[in-house]
Design a protein around this ligand. Structure first.
Ligand SMILES: Cc1cc2nc3c(=O)[nH]c(=O)nc-3n(C[C@H](O)[C@H](O)[C@H](O)COP(=O)(O)OP(=O)(O)OC[C@H]3O[C@@H](n4cnc5c(N)ncnc54)[C@H](O)[C@@H]3O)c2cc1C
Length: 518
């Protein structure tokens, strides 16, 4: 039986040397494990990443990420390295079997309040390469590839992680304060946690194929197209460079192996493209699931990414959700491991993240219904009907589930904007991965010297309204003088009076700031 977490009082691992002891072991070096390791490296935590494979996953997967993810990559100091590998996406259109537009989901070409664009297209192995290269910057981070984790035991003090080095066949063990399962949909760590899954009801097989154009095909366009054809729903996505993606439904009576045969792939692609124009780079049949793990933490074990949740890809939010997990979890682990917070801070990770990801998955399932034209009305609550009968979709990011702060304002649990500083820098680059007070300049000026000193001592960074474009009007629009933002850029608290601000300080006076990676 796998659910064999041993919670023995005795020290089970005192034979391990200090070089085999880490603050955090991350199982899995996919995009989520790698992002988490970059953030923990930034925090200065001793982190080991154990990955079964030698290279990034070879089959087609994510092609889109959003402004919030880019902001996390910025925090990790990697946005500049990622930019050459992405293109902007103008949006997605849903057309019916007769080619009629039914839903239009445009993405603005303007920067969003996150300071980045709403939608980037990319090739997942390119992104993973940048994230993995980024790990080399952190002296505290070690990556061991071709290491297959097979055993996990925890006691009150540590977790013992057993793995096989697939290169040498040697068995080894390391000890960590926390183990994070970034080990994908079939997560071993989830099984050790003993968590079942909440099934949100969508399970369909789709052929996913990446095509490399041999000649220009501008008629294919830059928009993603969802072909809502009840006979054979399909998706077209413009990739980076000459890469183009099609995702096509496989019927229940069709054989998955036969579907990836080149001849069959070309048959399915025939409405759009032929071998004259392109070659098949890769093809796979996936069963898209919609599910959320019931339990994301057990003691010193936690889940992040696909191990905790899986979504059909219609919103392009599976990996994005995992990147958000990493951003939410890293600063909490840092505070707990540095003795600045009690371990129960880690329980807020699931209570905040699970409802947020559930909203995205439920919307993706509704959009999946629309693509299948089984439920044309599905998902339209978020859209505005237009004269031509089509609907303009506007997806709002949900707020965190029961967030840390009890303060009563709409801002709590929502992302704070990133303001451009008057010196031309992005605000996050100045404050780093730290708590930040976004404040009205006159409010800050009038604070007693002792209060300001306590902020400085706590290394809570301050951005004043006269230092950043748009900050004053944002504070005014929210009728607040000061807003306290967490390292993951979500609002912790907001206030108008000195008294409230002083009440906040004891809780955060011991916050250790982390430098900017930029
Ligand atoms: C067709 C398709 C399209 C998609 N499109 C999008 C999109 O546009 N946007 C988006 O945001 N998301 C998209 N996704 C989802 C996205 O690809 C995943 O959410 C993302 O890859 C999950 O990352 P992860 O790091 O959690 O897990 P994974 O990428 O699965 O990584 C898990 C890692 O753990 C390793 N591992 C597992 N078990 C062990 C073990 N016991 N020991 C050591 N290592 C282990 C694995 O080898 C693997 O490298 C798409 C997915 C698919 C299939």
């Amino acid at each position: 039986m796998l659910r064999c977490i041993r919670e023995r009082g005795e020290d089970m691992n005192n034979h391990l040397s200090s070089s085999s002891t880490f603050d955090v072991v991350i199982v899995g070096r996919g995009p989520v494990g790698s992002t988490l390791a970059n953030l923990l490296g930034l925090c200065g935590l001793r982190t080991l990443v154990l990955e079964r494979e030698a290279k990034a996953y070879h089959l087609p997967r994510a092609v889109h990420f959003d402004d919030e993810c880019m902001r996390v990559f910025q925090t990790a100091g990697l946005s500049e390295a990622i930019l050459p590998h992405v293109i902007l996406s103008p949006g997605m259109r849903f057309v019916d079997a007769n080619g009629r537009l039914v839903l239009d989901w445009q993405r603005s070409a303007e920067l969003t309040p996150m300071g980045w664009h709403l939608s980037y297209r990319f090739h997942q192995p390119d992104l993973e390469q940048v994230l993995n290269n980024g790990l080399e910057r952190w002296p505290g981070v070690t990556v061991r590839n071709r290491c297959d984790v097979f055993g996990i035991e925890q006691d009150q003090s540590f977790v013992l992680v057993r793995y096989e080095d697939l290169g040498t066949g040697q068995l080894a063990a390391v000890r960590a304060s926390y183990v994070i399962g970034c080990d994908g949909a079939r997560s071993l760590v989830r099984r050790f946690i003993g968590s079942g899954m909440d099934d949100l009801g969508f399970h369909e097989r789709w052929l996913v194929t990446d095509i490399l154009l041999k000649r220009e095909r501008p008629d294919l366009g830059d928009y993603s197209i969802q072909f809502c054809d009840p006979q054979r729903p399909a998706t077209y996505i413009r990739g980076t460079g000459n890469r183009r993606r099609w995702e096509i439904t496989i019927h229940p009576d069709e054989d998955a192996l036969a579907a990836v045969e080149p001849e069959r792939v070309w048959q399915l692609l025939a409405p759009w493209i032929t071998p004259e124009d392109a070659e098949i780079e890769r093809a796979a049949v996936y069963t898209f699931h919609s599910a959320i793990a019931k339990q994301w933490r057990h003691g010193r074990l936690l889940l992040a990414g696909d191990s905790a949740h899986q979504t059909p890809p219609f919103l392009g939010q599976g990996m994005c959700a995992g990147i958000r997990d990493a951003a939410n979890l890293a600063w909490k682990l840092h505070r707990v491991l540095r003795g600045k917070a009690q371990p129960d801070l880690l329980d807020t990770y699931q209570t905040e993240r699970a409802p947020h990801v559930r909203e995205f998955i439920e919307l993706a399932v509704r959009l999946g219904g629309l693509i299948n034209t089984k439920a044309v009305e599905a998902g339209l609550a978020t859209g505005i009907a237009r004269d031509d009968g089509s609907i303009k979709l506007d997806v709002q990011k949900p707020s965190l589930g029961s967030a840390l702060s009890a303060a009563n304002t709409d801002l709590i649990g929502r992302l704070a904007p990133q303001f451009m500083l008057l010196d031309g820098r992005r605000g996050d680059d100045r404050v780093g991965y730290s708590f930040t007070l976004l404040a009205d300049a006159s409010f800050v000026d009038e604070l007693p010297a002792q209060t300001s000193a306590t902020f400085a001592q706590a290394e809570i960074k301050v951005i004043r309204s006269n230092e950043a474009a748009g900050l004053k009007s944002w504070l005014d629009a929210n009728a607040k003088k000061a807003v306290l933002v967490r390292p993951d850029r979500y609002v912790l608290s907001a206030t108008n009076c000195l008294e409230d601000l002083l009440k906040l300080l004891p809780a955060f006076s011991d916050v250790a700031a982390v430098p900017s990676a930029a």
